[in-house]
Design a protein. Sequence first.
Length: 285
Amino acid sequence: MKPPSFAYASPSTLAEAVNLLASGNGNAKLISGGQSLMPMLAFRLATPDLLVDLKHLKDLDTITIGDDGVRLGAKVRWCDIENDRRLVRSHPLLAEAIKHVAHYQVRNRGTIGGSLAHADPSAEMPGVALTCDGEMTIVGSGGTRVEKASSFFTGPLQTSLEPDEIVTELHLPAWPATRRWAFREFARRKGDFAMAGVLLFYDLDHRNCAVDAHIGAIGIADCPIRLSAAEAALNGNAVTEDCIAAVAAAAKESIDPPSDIHAPGGYRRALLGTLLARGLQHSTS
């Protein structure tokens, strides 16, 4: 199908882009990589009156690594992350998760800002942002604000963004070199959206027990979620086989995945438990 008709604008400044969004009265859409929006336009799932292209905006495509962590501009593409070898050490969970994003053609065009704003519950980037205590810098008519990922994602393809707001940056806190971590997801075919996925990390205390455990999941709820019961089962314990079994059991008991054409909810629950157990086993090696 062909997309619906719309007006098109390509601003050269962030302020101009915000003003264009505001003038759209809720019927304007941003486009950067376009890997989610273009199919939605083709299927008439999105019918904006105005398309605001961010391609001429500068200073939104940089990756900055410092003492406070990693800062990713909203126009940073998946391939930019893949090609930045600094991230393998500075944020290995991010680097690993991006390997699973769609196919290389999509990774050559898709952007982190687009993924965060699109908020697909099976997508990797929202899962990374939530699990890693990410914070988004957001610019709109009311000025600039910073919002934690824990409140940014509100439902399937839904966020706290106002119609005139733009995500400009994602900040991920500093990553200790000794941190244990893992990423696991399962899809029917490589590049498909995950039927379930797990992101996790934890640190070790002087007793060699897990502390500050963060366990996130994608593909099993309306938006990415943190598995607080599983985190509680992991914190304060040595990561043994018995501990791993208990953490996986706690995770499965705490979720109620939906059923759809791809898999029943019970399958997704069992799949998540298996992915979590395998991720924890990998994190100890």
